[in-house]
Design a protein around this ligand. Structure first.
Ligand code: 13P
Ligand code: SF4
Length: 329
């Protein structure tokens, strides 16, 4: 009997195994597809069939044909995949991998906030639990947030949650005055502006790339503000050859892979001597856990049917709007 009490299969893995080869074998046997977020460990990105940002992962989950999906990300991403594919087996190598941003918006408190503001349309970032999505009119990701907000009439009253930095940024670029939930991502909030400015002095030609979950003073010195995918695209297409990257450092793997001649410097956090800023939740998944998840087909993601029935509505609305805007196919 295997235990998944800790959120992952707690079974020993033979250290002599070539895990990448074994995962490939198991993947074929199970008819599984591995989806991984750009913030996953490099070795997980390397064994994934598809890597992408939050929007791409939701879109892929919605259209994938395989019967088994292994979602290498954090638990709100696995939940979103399961909601979109209720009849498929969705595996998450470590279901205990949470998200400080999703945690900053408990469903019951958000429901109270929404109830206290009748007449408002509710926009929620995908980084929320399925239960919080139940109180949402349309879900957004950082890739489509601006366009989806702009798809509402200018005088429509809007609530945006849970990320206050992304919300403030979208307000500033759209001229809207959305009411913001006061949540944040602990990873994106802890970049050190001082250390980034010092790096700018050391590398005067380098451009600063920043995710809109970062605080405003950092966004103000950035050459490009955008979602993980937008920052990657910018780095690929830019003539510049040096970049200071202010988002979770997992994206550097894909940036370096796509741009072998360019230099990417991870922006450092405030509170440590470490040179890069990692999301400890994203790094909970390991090759050994991916191997065990496929070997034992556990842990499987489950979402309460009543919650899923409500949460799927704003998720599908996001995908439909994104498709009509040409943001996804
Ligand atoms: P994107 O994948 O939309 O860039 O979001 C970043 C993030 O923090 C995911 O957890
Ligand atoms: Fe959540 Fe931030 Fe980690 Fe993304 S980087 S999963 S928003 S804690």
């Amino acid at each position: 009997m295997i235990s998944v009490e800790k959120g992952y299969v707690d079974a020993p893995v033979d250290e002599s195994l070539d895990l990448k080869k074994e995962i490939e074998k198991l993947k074929k046997e199970r008819g599984a597809v591995i989806l991984a977020h750009y913030y996953q460990r490099s070795e997980i990105q390397e064994i994934a069939d598809h890597i992408g940002d939050s929007l791409a992962l939701a879109q892929l989950a919605a259209k994938i044909e395989a019967e088994v999906i292994v979602l290498c990300g954090v638990n709100f991403m696995a939940e979103t995949a399961k909601i979109l594919c209720p009849d498929k087996v969705v595996l998450c190598p470590d279901l205990s991998a949470g998200c400080s941003l999703a945690d900053s918006c408990p469903a019951e408190e958000f429901a109270e906030f929404v109830k206290a503001h009748p007449g408002y349309k509710v926009i929620s970032y995908v980084n929320t639990t399925a239960a919080t999505k139940m109180y949402t009119d349309v879900v957004v990701t950082s890739t489509n947030a601006r366009q989806i907000v702009e798809s509402f009439d200018k005088d429509e009253k809007l609530i945006f949650g849970p990320d206050r930095n992304l919300g403030n940024y979208i307000n500033s670029v759209t001229g809207r005055n959305m009411l913001l939930w006061d949540g944040a991502c602990h990873v994106h909030e802890k970049f050190s502006l001082e250390k980034i400015l010092a790096l700018k002095k050391e590398y005067p030609e380098a451009q600063v790339l920043a995710h809109p979950e970062c605080k405003k003073p950092l966004l103000m010195v950035a050459d490009k503000v955008g979602s993980t995918q937008a920052l990657l695209n910018y780095a690929i297409n830019s003539d510049c050859t040096q970049f200071i990257v202010a988002t979770e450092s997992g994206i550097l793997h894909e940036m370096k892979r796509n741009c072998p001649g360019k230099q990417f410097i991870a922006a450092p956090p405030e509170d440590s001597t470490c040179a890069c800023n990692e999301c400890e939740y994203m790094k909970q998944n390991t090759l050994a856990k991916v191997y065990n998840t496929l070997k034992y087909m556990a842990p499987q993601v489950e979402v309460d049917a009543q919650v899923a029935e409500k949460a799927i509505v704003p998720i599908k609305r996001m995908l439909d709007i994104s498709r009509s805007l040409g943001l996804i196919k």
